[in-house]
Design a protein. Structure first.
Ligand SMILES: Cc1cc2nc3c(=O)[nH]c(=O)nc-3n(C[C@H](O)[C@H](O)[C@H](O)COP(=O)(O)OP(=O)(O)OC[C@H]3O[C@@H](n4cnc5c(N)ncnc54)[C@H](O)[C@@H]3O)c2cc1C
Ligand SMILES: Cc1cc2nc3c(=O)[nH]c(=O)nc-3n(C[C@H](O)[C@H](O)[C@H](O)COP(=O)(O)OP(=O)(O)OC[C@H]3O[C@@H](n4cnc5c(N)ncnc54)[C@H](O)[C@@H]3O)c2cc1C
Lengths: 392, 248
């Protein structure tokens, strides 16, 4: 892997809109990614292994629950800081960002928002330091875009619940200490349960042979008559709205994260185009390459503005699910298109692991699918503007 | 032990340098500022004294509000308090007088400055500062140990090292070696959160004279294109070096 020479593009001087603290948080994450992620990430992606040694560092830069209040071990930062941390981490790798998103938005967020005071005190401080790692089980083999049809269920067995079913495509599952699992109760209502590694009947086999998010561990969650203590049920909210609330938070982070991947691809392609000589000139001197690069920076700038405004709305508690959908859909698609164009700018060099572009491109294929597919987010916008849901 | 680290705010080394107003003023537009690397080595060494020997660490800068992010970062790295002398620091003698006032009022035992700022490379401030304060001074310092009021320092000299015994109060002009690059710290979230509550005191400059004034800046001539000569054509290479480049 080539040395990380990344310089962040800021065409519309967005830095003027960020607070001193936003920039301090972002620059710390940026420096950390340069120091601890860039030199190792390619080899971990190549061998399809999650670099566990980075968990402490992720916790140190505040990637685990940045917006969770300080009393529970979080950093008490605002939503823009959260977004900027996700952006910087995904600049390094979408898989590493996935680990942070899951821990913050899909594990800490539901425990903080729907959990009891005991659950918050028991889990959140340890999740914030990375001493405990979590995963989030919603998707099932037969229910992806349609989670309301889930088959995983639990029933009251006196002093505990009995949980049965299976979840698939679960980020962090192979090493997670706890899982926030969504299952139906005896009345068919969806509720969240905290399942701990080591509980009888609970296993987490890893999913192999992925061409995407190779540096992130993905697996299954299998529940075979797992006895879950009653104290592990999240009491605060039930119904599909509970897991969807978590997804809002994670999707918001992804809308920022995707910008990071796009910035890295653009920056790499721009530098390469200025250095690579063909026909006696740098390839950046050719109009066709300038078109690619100019369109990239235009799209990145638009995505940055979208994310920034959404961050303001989120800070004010006004961002809607539909607004978040639009940003997730637009920004991930933007990043994937930039990755594809940037790869071509590098010619054959673009397919090697010496540069980050192809890894970003392959990663983004997952990012455009998880947390609501590209299609599903379009249907969300469509339903919102027409008032006519077209999901079924 | 009470330590003051003097921090100069300098353009990031990747910045594009331009001048305005008939080449008399540096154009800060779009330039990212960072802690002067020599000062960051010093600050990191000061953190070591704080953690291992219970020292109190303050940081001071002479600069306008635009330098505050740099100071906040120093606080996030672990400095206990920051002082900003609210002034445009255009001259080393002026800066040294301002810092001397800060040192006198703060009662510091050790002042850690950098060997030189990587922007204007004056290399003047620490020496003038020590003189104004009548403190001992070690220049180009690559290692510093303190035991009570005794200090042992190593400094770089041409082709070797010099080991010095001296006493506090002391000013050093430090550089890499005080700590290594791998020891430099990235502010962590705990540090950033704590920095919110730490004081960043702004004080007005004292009346002080300047000794110099910038009248013009000149950038080096842009690098010319590279001409490749085939390894077979040594004669052509020699001919060009002799007649065109006129270096042999
Ligand atoms: C690497 C990775 C990590 C993941 N991590 C997690 C995790 O941690 N936790 C978790 O719960 N899940 C996770 N997922 C699962 C992810 O959320 C699902 O894959 C996603 O929701 C899509 O479900 P599916 O794969 O079953 O696709 P399907 O729902 O089967 O969709 C297949 C195709 O059909 C389209 N489609 C579906 N319904 C409609 C419709 N109504 N109209 C038009 N088109 C439609 C989709 O857009 C898609 O193109 C992860 C996935 C990946 C790849
Ligand atoms: C128009 C203009 C604007 C400038 N604005 C700034 C600014 O906003 N902030 C800034 O830091 N510099 C600024 N400078 C740079 C300023 O000139 C130098 O800091 C000062 O003149 C000393 O330069 P030097 O190269 O002699 O420092 P050196 O003697 O090479 O510096 C050695 C060490 O002295 C200490 N030191 C130097 N300068 C300062 C300082 N200002 N505050 C605290 N410690 C210091 C540091 O420890 C440094 O490592 C500006 C210069 C000009 C011309």
């Amino acid at each position: 892997m080539k040395p990380d020479l990344f310089e962040a593009p800021d065409y519309y001087n967005l830095d003027d809109l960020f607070s001193e603290e936003h920039k301090l948080v972002r620059d710390a994450a940026r420096q950390w990614v340069k120091r601890d992620i860039s030199p190792i990430i390619e080899s971990y992606a190549q061998k399809a292994e999650f670099p566990k040694q980075i968990l402490g560092g992720l916790a140190e830069i505040g990637a685990f629950g940045p917006y969770i209040p300080e009393t529970y071990g979080g950093a008490g930062l605002d939503q823009i800081s959260y977004g900027l941390i996700m952006q910087e981490i995904e600049r390094g790798d979408s898989g590493v960002r996935s680990t942070a998103s899951v821990q913050s938005s899909l594990v800490m967020y539901p425990i903080y928002t729907y959990g009891s005071e005991e659950q918050r005190k028991k889990y959140l401080p340890k999740l914030a330091t990375g001493e405990l790692m979590g995963c989030f089980g919603l998707t099932e083999p037969n229910h992806g875009s349609n989670p309301s049809g889930m088959e995983t269920k639990f029933k009251d067995a006196g002093d505990h619940y009995l949980l049965n079913g299976a979840k698939l495509w679960i980020s962090n599952s192979p090493f997670a200490d706890i899982a926030v699992v969504w299952a139906k109760n005896e009345d068919g209502r969806i509720q969240g349960l905290i399942v701990e590694r080591g509980m009888d009947g609970f296993s987490t086999p890893e999913t192999h042979n992925k061409w995407s998010l190779r540096a992130s561990a993905t697996g299954e969650l299998i529940f075979d008559n797992v006895k879950v203590p009653k104290a592990n049920l999240l009491p605060g909210k039930s119904g599909l709205g509970a897991p969807l609330g978590c997804l809002d938070s994670a999707r918001y982070g992804i809308a920022w994260g995707a910008i990071g991947a796009a910035m890295d691809c653009y920056d790499t392609a721009l530098r390469y185009a200025k250095e690579r000589m063909q026909f006696g000139k740098p390839i950046a001197a050719f109009q066709l390459q300038q078109k690619k690069l100019a369109e990239m920076i235009t799209e990145i700038t638009k995505a940055q503005l979208l994310a920034f405004r959404l961050g303001q709305l989120k800070n004010e508690g006004k961002a809607t699910t539909q607004q978040i959908s639009m940003a997730k859909r637009n920004n991930v698609d933007m990043a994937l298109k930039i990755a594809r164009e940037a790869r071509q700018v590098l010619g054959a060099m673009g397919i090697t692991g010496d540069y980050s572009i192809m890894r970003h491109m392959m990663n983004l294929e997952s990012v455009i699918t998880y947390e609501g597919t590209h299609d599903i987010h379009l249907l969300i916008t469509g339903a919102d503007i027409t008032g006519i849901p077209a999901f079924t | 032990m009470k330590i003051l680290v003097c921090i100069s705010n300098v353009p990031d080394t990747t910045s594009k340098i331009n001048f305005t107003d008939g080449d008399t003023k540096f154009d800060a537009n779009g330039v990212q500022f960072v802690i002067n690397p020599n000062d960051e080595f010093g600050l990191t060494r000061a953190m070591w004294f704080k953690e291992k020997q219970g020292a109190t660490v303050h940081v001071a800068t002479v600069g306008e509000t635009t330098v505050e992010p740099t100071m906040r970062k120093a606080l996030a790295i672990g400095a206990d308090e920051a002082i900003r002398v609210n002034s445009v620091p255009t001259d080393g003698y002026f800066v040294a007088q301002q810092l001397a006032e800060v040192v006198k009022n703060g009662g510091y035992d050790l002042v850690i400055a950098g060997r030189e700022s990587i922007d204007y490379n004056g290399g003047m401030v620490p020496g003038i500062l020590a003189t104004l304060l009548g403190m001992n001074f070690v220049n180009t310092c690559t290692n510093l140990e303190v035991d009570g009021t005794n200090a042992t320092a190593i400094r770089e000299i041409d082709g070797g090292k010099e080991k010095i015994a001296t006493t506090l109060p002391l000013v050093i002009a430090g550089q890499k070696g005080l700590v290594e690059e791998s020891d430099l710290r990235i502010p962590n979230m705990r540090g950033i959160m704590m920095a919110r509550k730490k004081a960043l005191n702004v004080i007005e400059p004292i009346e002080a004279t300047k000794a110099t004034e910038d009248t013009k800046f000149e950038k080096p001539a842009p690098k010319g294109a590279v001409r490749l000569i085939d390894a077979e054509n040594i004669d052509e290479l020699i001919e060009l070096l002799h007649n065109e480049a006129k270096v042999i």
